[in-house]
Design a protein around this ligand. Structure first.
Ligand SMILES: Cc1ncc(COP(=O)(O)O)c(C=O)c1O
Length: 374
């Protein structure tokens, strides 16, 4: 008989463990902000942060927002679209949530079984005269099939917007992944591979869109304080920008530390029957933001039972993304069977992963997975 793993983490082990920069460095920024008496509204730290990101990401234009959801909504608003947007059910709800407030209707299509991103063949099949845009998601930082999507969009004159919430710093075929499409949107949420506690950004090759979203994020106000159109408050504060600046300096070191954790997982889990790893795209770099695995029929437990087993060890992996957006009550009218996305959502589990995860913590996750294998 198998012996249950002895490992029991003393404090809960969540899927991520966001952390703040060194407090002394943070304090220096706070002093600077305090003496400038400039706390938000496109302040000096925000401007420095935008410039640093523009450089680091080789972005032609970048505008920073208070979160990724408002950034995504603003990018779509800026194209003044109407009609239907083809998107994926396999994402975080924010991807779809931004459409209705803009008067847009989602049309969900299935995903590719390898990349877990929207499948171009299904996009093509779903196009009709109402479709105005494609909204893809680079799931776990794996690129969508950007070339195929570009070709479809070109043929049908559609806008392409990427939810790149997971794709900070990824290069595809030697180019920034964020350079594809009409706009890409990052999230700097605390759980992301790069964060400013809350935050997001729009990267676009179109200078007009960049100018427009900068006005939109500030209530639509012109330089005289008069509203040109109905904008929103999507501004990032100086404090958030300061955390972003400091985290940018640490991004590569932390990414490489996460890489080490991911490689250990991959080595240890490679031969466990029923645990399927997600193959990276060999043309793309990785930021090691997630450690997704699929729990398939050959494993000793189904995914739900495994989650329960983890919880008994004070370990909380995340079923990310589950349920599918189209299986949530808010999207009941879009409910249908997506053979690939539904299967993946039923099998997916993102394991705890953060840069300073210690060996004992990781061992405890691996021990539970090995213990319940057949
Ligand atoms: C794929 C995806 N899209 C959008 C968002 C929303 O970003 P934010 O939390 O910054 O609003 C997230 C994350 O939270 C996400 O994972």
């Amino acid at each position: 008989m198998k012996v249950p793993p002895q490992t029991q983490t003393s404090s809960p082990l969540y899927v991520s463990r966001p952390d703040l920069p060194n407090l002394e460095d943070t304090y220096k920024y706070l002093e600077q902000i305090k003496s400038a008496r400039y706390l938000t509204n496109n302040g000096p730290v925000l401007q420095t942060f935008e410039a640093a990101l523009r450089d680091y990401l080789s972005a032609p234009h970048i505008s920073v927002f208070s979160n990724g959801t408002l950034a995504l909504q603003s990018a779509l608003a800026g194209f003044n679209l109407s009609g239907t947007v083809i998107t994926t059910p396999y994402s975080f709800v924010a991807t779809a949530h931004i459409l209705k407030p803009l008067g847009l209707t989602p049309r969900f299509v299935d995903i590719d079984p390898e990349t877990l991103c929207i499948d171009p063949q299904h996009i093509e099949a779903a196009i009709d005269k109402d479709v105005c845009a494609i909204l893809g998601v680079h799931v776990y930082g794996t690129p969508c099939d950007v070339e195929a999507i570009e070709a479809i969009a070109h043929e049908h004159k559609l806008k392409v917007i990427y939810d790149a919430a997971h794709a900070f710093g990824i290069e595809y075929k030697g180019q920034p992944l964020l350079s594809y499409g009409d706009a890409s949107v990052l999230s700097f949420h605390a759980t992301k591979s790069f964060h400013s506690v809350e935050g997001g950004a729009i990267i676009t090759p179109h200078s007009q869109l960049d100018e427009w979203v900068r006005v939109y994020r500030n209530f639509g106000l012109d330089s005289h304080g008069s509203a040109l159109f109905e904008g929103i408050n999507g501004k990032m504060s100086e404090l958030h920008a300061a955390i972003g600046m400091l985290n940018l300096e640490r991004f590569e070191v932390q990414r490489d530390m996460r890489k080490h954790v991911v490689e250990t997982y991959k080595r240890e889990l490679a031969d466990i029957p029923g645990i399927q790893l997600i193959a990276p795209n060999s043309d793309a770099t990785q930021n090691y933001g997630y450690m997704p695995i699929r729990i398939t029929a050959d494993y000793g437990l189904d995914r739900e039972a495994l989650v329960h087993a983890f919880e008994e060890h004070n370990i909380y992996p995340r079923r990310y993304f589950y349920p599918l957006i189209t299986d949530m009550p808010a999207y009941a009218e879009h409910k249908q069977l997506f053979p690939i996305a539904s299967k993946v959502a039923d099998e997916i589990l993102c394991l705890p992963l953060f840069h300073d995860m210690d060996v004992q913590e990781q061992d405890s996750v691996i021990a539970v997975l090995k213990h319940h294998a057949q």
